[in-house]
Design a protein around this ligand. Structure first.
Ligand SMILES: [Zn+2]
Length: 192
């Protein structure tokens, strides 16, 4: 009694469908679980940017690896830019995620399409699990609102665009303030 070729094909197809089903279900469960555990962390960070308690999260919400690469003032600068140019976070949807668990730990990457008071942004965060908490390994906020602000933020001396909140021009090194010394520098050619 040999199984017919037709039956083998049917079994193979059923096998593939079951595998796809499992894969899909696994992905969906991972998506739900990650969103459920990480979404509140992201919400908390943006809420604390608004209420002015964000600085404390540098010690409590980031990994040692993160703190080695990103100094405290740079961490605060991103928060300040979000507060100034984007305003409060209004909604966000998980767009992409990735999960990796190995000997060195559990890592989760999430990308949210977000809406802020003053425009859209993409929030990407990589978390590393420490005990039962997820700590920030890397985070980034991208928004066309920032690009607009950057385009307007040109050095009054040489016209070079500079980073948001920068104190000195990265091109000519002159101060980016509008005090008297800075405005005196503006027209050196006029002085005999
Ligand atoms: Zn300049």
């Amino acid at each position: 009694m040999k199984p017919s070729a037709g039956l083998i094909v049917v079994l193979a197809v059923v096998g593939v469908i079951i595998l796809l089903g499992f894969g899909g279900a696994w992905l969906y469960v991972t998506y739900r679980n990650l969103d459920r555990s990480l979404s509140p962390v992201v919400d908390e960070l943006f809420a604390r940017i608004q209420d002015g308690t964000f600085a404390q999260t540098y010690d409590t919400h980031t990994t040692e690896e993160f703190r080695r690469v990103v100094p405290r003032d740079q961490y605060q600068a991103l928060a300040d830019a979000c507060k100034t140019y984007l305003g409060a976070l209004q909604s966000k949807t998980l767009q992409q995620f990735n999960f990796r668990g190995d000997m060195s730990g559990s890592y989760a990457f999430v990308a949210y399409a977000a809406h802020f008071e003053r425009g859209p942004a993409t929030i990407t965060v990589t978390f590393k699990k420490a005990g039962d908490r997820w700590l920030i390994l890397n985070w980034n906020v991208q928004s066309p609102v920032f690009q607009q602000a950057l385009a307007q933020a040109a050095c009054p001396h040489c016209g070079n665009p500079h980073g948001l909140g920068a104190k000195f021009c990265p091109n000519c090194g002159k101060p980016l303030t509008t005090d008297e010394s800075a405005s005196a520098d503006k027209a050196p050619a006029a002085t005999p």
